[in-house]
Design a protein around this ligand. Sequence first.
Ligand code: GLA
Length: 665
Amino acid sequence: SFSLDTILNEFPDSQSGDFRTPAYQLEGLDGDPVTRFSYQGYEIHKGKEKLAGLPYVRVFDDSQAESLIIHLKDSVRQLELDLTYTIYDDQPIITRSAKLLNLGQEPVYIKKLMSYNLDFLDGDWEVVTLYGSHINEKNLNRRPIQSDLIKIGSTRGTSSPQSSPFIGLVKADTTENSGEAYGFTLMYSGSFEGSIEKSQYGTLRTQLGIQSKNFKWLLEPEEVFQAPEVILTYSDKGLNKLSQGFHRLFVNQVMNPQFAKKERPILINSWEGHYFDIDEDNLYELAVESHKLGFELFVIDDGWFKKRNSDRSSLGDWVFDDKKFPSGFEKFAARIRALNLKLGIWFEPEMVSPDSELYRHHPNWVIKSWRYEPILSRNQLVLDLTNPNVREYLVDSISNVIEEGEVSYVKWDMNRHLTDLYSVNLGAAQQGELSHRYVLGLYDILERLTQRFPNVIFENCSSGGGRFDAGMLYYMPQTWTSDNTDAIARLQIQNGTSLLFPQVAMGNHVSDIPNHQLGRLTPLETRFNVACAGNLGYELDLVRLSDEEKAAIKSQITFYKKYRKTFQFGKFYRLSSANDNIISWQIVSQDGNQVILIVVQKMASNVYKVPIIHLQGLDEEAFYQNRETKEAFCGDELMYSGLTIPRMKGDYISKVYVFEKLKEE
Ligand code: GLA
């Protein structure tokens, strides 16, 4: 009566009679796919091993974590499979990964190796995943699972805006604040796959790992293949608690500790204000205005390098355009710094324009088949990061710019996906490794640059949040959440992003109206009120604004600075669902003394329902005073009776409430 097909399996094989989704698939050079791994033994030790060449949850001292390694062995092929599990002090987190070692005489192909497999006896769950597109990232998709195989993934070479390497499981009655929830996310930034499968007897299987489509890795004798790490977490109190667990882990143990807990500077970015039309005069004028309004970081976006007047040329030629900067970058940078502004700069390092010096000199440095003209997207090609010379060139050219301008911030963009998966740098048997090797190459560059410039903040961007994943977060402590800067569209995007990522990791900018993506007109106040639920920036031509608008921005910046610690590092609660007409978010400072409530009404309605908002996570006995009206409310009242919001008239209007906890007399 024993069948592998019906039991819960820890790491299911593909050829041994478990016909559900396998956790790995190997193949000998003769095409033989059969493997037989069996249990060999285990070790348990304090702390955790680093994952070579990959991001991972950091452990700063061995007492913070404990690891279990289960050794499996295929003694015919002499392959060893190590499954690692790490638990973390005081956190509902398990990280897992898998590693394959070839101790035999013959090479073997890895066609699939997931980072984890998890079978549940109780298959009665709903599934939550994140989907989207450019300017529409991280929508929540929650649905019941029948006898289905649900697959998510990306084959784009990046984790992508279309899908996120995340799987959530919730009970039908789980809400933001109650009920059970599991969350699994992969620390990986390339093509990935995930599956949720309900089997014939109602058990559930979930997996996440490197995308197996287009993947085939040749593992030679004595070589080791390490699958990326996956983070597994659980909440007994709904999705808010699940998110808070991720947020805490990301700040404490994933982000570069150099920046993780530091308040981030308020930036002005040149893109939507000037696009490619920048030069030292208009930028300086913008910098002077920024300085007056209280900005801290001045970011020159695309358009600063040699002949880059549109998106048709010059990616790869990372030297300042002397027509736009006749006095030289060094001098210009010094003038910006003299205004007491830190300087930031945009790069799109992984790309090259066919019309560039770099491509003319190194036509073989791109990912393309030698047979065909490669596909262009946004007029550009992708550099072959598997080639060490390419990586060397990028580290050197980026370092030169950072050093020349004493740059404090780099926006690292990536604006197209991978096609033409062939590399002249790899042998015939290794072409199936390209997509993963690309990511390893990227991590190598990021590791070297972040080590070399420990004081530079790197901001991750891929046409906005197109590669917003836990892997990138390890190298870059903040991400440009979306190219969509419309405050109302942002409500959904930030809401979904907050499922995984803390506010400090989310770059949010106030931009101009009519909004450049959607053409919508929203009040400046609402644009700020939405952006302040994260890492604040502005992206518009400040110089052109009226005195009134400038004064409003100045006071927004002063307000944000005052509560910055709470905005960026406070505990975040979603109090509404993304589709509601009134969206409310609550942020409670680490010490519990400040409570910020952000309320945004999408559309005015003639069927008016008094909005009553139930706050979360307060001290029942304590009093909280509204900073503006001085009214005081008891914590239990705010949580259980709720706060009645005065009628909001108009579309796209909003309000930020600040409550301070009153000290006991
Ligand atoms: C991408 C980014 C934008 C901007 C442009 C510049 O679209 O997401 O923020 O930097 O590139 O070309």
